[in-house]
Design a protein around this ligand. Structure first.
Ligand code: FE2
Length: 297
């Protein structure tokens, strides 16, 4: 679908509240419909002390407290993609506040790939049925009276989706802030050329569209930031701005990805996030375990 076919509505300006998680440099969002008290949560984080195998929910509890304090009604929990650097807290929040959990329909590709990597048994469904909604390009959904839509943006992973809610787009790992560039494209199913094309779809949105990042690492010592605009990215993004060509981007991205270490939390993140944020089923002693595939990634 070309960008002009999406139902863009810049007149609707949702209230966006950001929650920064310093442990994983992730930003989670609560997005409120301007006309009602309906809201959505985008990319929540479950806390893990991986060395200790300990899971807690301080970050999610902060989001829950905010929603309760403002008396909002949670209608959607959105995952922009299967994150490899933090664990989702979506089921924990859903259990407390309700709402539907959605991700891109290509989650099935991710489940197939990592179901094999972690040697999951047949009880691990690879059909995305752990989620309430699987989005495809151009799908719309309601947050109160606000109509949101999705843009399919593969490249970083095969299931990446950008969610546009009024004049605000939640870009996942498609783009970083202009001085951060773009996310890696070397995970299984990732592709630098596809990422370039996906970014072009975003840059074709109106210049004034607000863009909200999923991550920021404060490059060159600057403070953490998470909000920019299409116009700003188009002009200043260090990887794609100023009209950089696809071949320049692919060359740069491929060379850069070759020297990046794996994200610290990739192993627990994938096992949990491919299950929509659920932990693997408990074993016969009633305990839950996360696996480490030796030389498997
Ligand atoms: Fe990611």
């Amino acid at each position: 679908m070309s960008t002009s076919n999406y139902p863009v509505d810049m007149t609707s300006k949702p209230e966006v509240k950001a929650f920064f998680d310093p442990a994983t440099n992730t930003i989670s969002y609560v997005v409120k419909d301007p006309a009602t008290n309906a809201c959505a949560v985008v990319d929540s984080v479950m806390d893990i002390d991986y060395a200790a195998g300990r899971i807690t929910y301080d970050h999610a509890d902060e989001i829950i407290a905010y929603i309760q304090e403002k008396d909002l009604k949670l209608e959607w929990l959105i995952e922009t993609h299967v994150h490899a650097d933090h664990l989702s807290a979506a089921p924990y929040i859903q259990q407390k506040l309700g709402g539907k959990l959605g991700i891109g329909e290509k989650i099935t590709v991710v489940q197939e790939t990592f179901g094999k990597v972690f040697n999951e048994g047949t009880e691990f469904q690879r059909d995305g049925s752990q989620f309430d909604k699987l989005f495809k390009d151009g799908d719309t959904y309601q947050i109160g009276e606000l109509t949101a839509f999705v843009i399919y943006t593969p490249g970083h992973t095969p299931a990446c989706m950008v969610h546009v809610m009024g004049d605000a787009a939640f870009v996942g790992d498609t783009l970083f802030m202009p001085d951060g560039g773009s996310a890696r494209a070397d995970f299984p199913g990732g592709d630098a050329a596809m990422l370039y094309d996906s970014i072009q779809k975003l840059l074709a949105l109106p210049d004034a569209m607000r863009l909200f990042m999923c991550h920021d690492y404060g490059p060159n010592g600057r403070d953490i930031q998470w909000e920019t605009t299409v116009g700003d990215e188009k002009e200043h993004n260090i990887h794609v701005g100023g009209g950089k060509s696809k071949s320049e981007f692919v060359k740069f991205r491929t060379e850069r990805d070759a020297v990046l270490d794996m994200p610290k939390l990739i192993i627990p993140s994938l096992q949990v996030n491919m299950r929509a944020g659920q932990l693997p089923p408990s074993e016969d002693n009633g305990k839950t375990f996360l696996k480490v595939p030796v030389n498997g990634l």
